[in-house]
Design a protein around this ligand. Structure first.
Ligand code: ADP
Ligand code: MG
Length: 445
């Protein structure tokens, strides 16, 4: 890209904010010809939107200090087809493919978030299969498709993969993929500038609307109302809607009932934390994307010693890969040992801290956790505290038993197994544990 454009980008980002930048500015391709700058975008809708909302900011950012405002215009350009080879004369009488304008793409896709790069396993199989099936026949079967799961478990990756797949197909569907927050921000500026028609038409013209993190709509009444109408218009026309959230529809507080029941009207698929086998596979795959073949032993150790979400796993892996590359040391288990010590060695995460945190979370006193009280709420909290002591503090069964009111160690073993089983079956426990785990981990460092 051109130097002037690259220099202007940070200034634009500062003014428009991160979300708008990703959605509207990043996808712009800027070129220069004898008449000045040309901002190329992929659709009419996109063009109108950028022209209305961001052109002045862009113009200002492109203006040299003390210089005149540069000549600037916008154009709809066909993005080069992904397989674009050096262009040679079309061999047949068919029109060249690049002559067909690309279907509109609202929002911003992450290029690396593809199905190829997504590891499928027990934890995300249903969601992944549903997403695949949506790409086969959008609007037909799972409509809406509602995918939910804890932070960093691959929701955004999955919907990006879905969008890429749709855009790569021959049907050239119109796909909008954006964060619920971006939807709201676009709505606010449309309202402010009396451009609701453009806003509505833009979203209602798409074949597939993908909205990420809809839990964000909680309590945003005006946005919910508008989205309800968008949803209905698309759904009635047989267009596909895909939503993600960090919780299931019934657990999103301050969500209008009519919207909730729309969300529940299709398929609800949840993503669980990955199993250890998946974690190993993910570590290997991510390393491969960096061009590194990760030895199995190293992958296993990284998978064991990183936080529960995939995002944390990736962070740990990046640290290991970067250290090996920068220091020129071999990528082996010894390196991982030095970088990622087990939690109980490099910090003071103790049974005591776990008990305190669990007690706060469930409103059960630490004394109760250590007591022999048997009512459900206390037993539940106690079992979770025992499970976390075992998995996060890596303390032995007898020692945990001792710190929970001198119990028998088989009670602890039973508790740990019970929580493990439930974690596999009940997504709610999964997300409770994930929350506690990441809080404890951040406390540990
Ligand atoms: P979420 O949207 O659920 O918070 P993301 O989709 O942002 O999570 O995922 C966080 C990171 O973990 C991303 O870099 C993503 O590529 C990676 N990730 C998550 N799940 C998988 C998976 N099954 N296979 C490969 N990478 C994954
Ligand atoms: Mg996300």
């Amino acid at each position: 890209m051109m130097a002037e454009w690259l220099e202007a980008l940070p200034r634009v980002r500062q003014v428009v904010g991160e979300r708008n930048f990703e959605t509207w500015i990043e996808p712009i391709h800027c070129v220069k010809d004898e008449n000045g700058f040309v901002l190329q975008v992929s659709s009419r809708f996109f063009l109108e939107w950028v022209a209305r909302h961001f052109l002045p900011v862009i113009r200002q950012a492109l203006t040299m200090e003390g210089g005149p405002a540069p000549a600037l215009r916008m154009a709809i350009a066909a993005a080069p087809a992904p397989e674009a080879a050096p262009r040679s004369p079309a061999p047949t009488d068919k029109p060249a493919r690049s002559a067909t304008p690309r279907p509109p793409k609202i929002g911003h896709l992450v290029a690396d978030y593809t199905f190829d790069a997504f590891v499928v396993g027990e934890a995300n199989e249903v969601a992944c299969r549903a997403a695949r099936s949506v790409t086969e026949a959008p609007g037909r079967r799972f409509n809406p498709l509602f995918v939910w799961g804890g932070v960093g478990l691959g929701k955004t990756h999955l919907i990006n993969a879905l969008a890429h797949e749709l855009l790569n197909r021959r049907q050239r569907r119109r796909v909008a993929c954006l964060a619920a927050e971006t939807f709201m921000n676009s709505l606010i500026s449309a309202l402010r500038q009396h451009q609701m028609d453009a806003f509505r038409n833009g979203f209602r013209e798409v074949d597939v609307l993908i909205l990420d993190d809809v839990q964000f709509l909680a309590g945003k009444e005006r946005t919910q109302e508008e989205f309800f109408h968008t949803f209905n218009a698309l759904h009635t026309a047989g267009n596909q809607i895909v939503l993600t959230s960090d919780k299931p529809p019934h657990a999103i507080a301050e969500l209008e009932q009519r919207l909730r029941s729309r969300f529940e009207g299709g398929l609800i698929a949840d993503i669980h934390p990955p199993t250890s086998a998946m974690r190993v596979a993910i570590a290997k795959k991510k390393a491969a994307l960096h061009g590194v073949e990760l030895p199995l032993e190293v992958a296993q150790l990284v998978a064991q010693r990183s936080g529960p979400s995939v995002r944390e796993l990736e962070g740990a892996l990046t640290r290991v890969l970067a250290t090996s590359a920068l220091r020129g040391v071999p990528l082996d288990a010894a390196l991982v040992e030095t970088l990622l010590a087990p939690l109980d060695r490099n910090n003071r995460l103790s049974v005591e801290i776990i008990q305190e945190r669990v007690s706060e979370h469930f409103h059960v006193s630490v004394g109760d956790l250590k007591s022999h009280r048997r009512d459900r709420a206390v037993t539940y909290a106690r079992q979770i505290a025992m499970y976390l002591s075992r998995t996060m503090a890596e303390v032995s069964f007898p020692s945990i038993a001792e710190q929970f009111g001198n119990r028998d160690h088989s009670t602890v073993m039973h508790a740990v197994r019970a929580v493990e089983d439930r974690r596999r079956q009940d997504p709610t426990i999964g997300s409770v544990l994930l929350t506690l785990e990441s809080e404890l981990r951040s406390r540990a460092v």
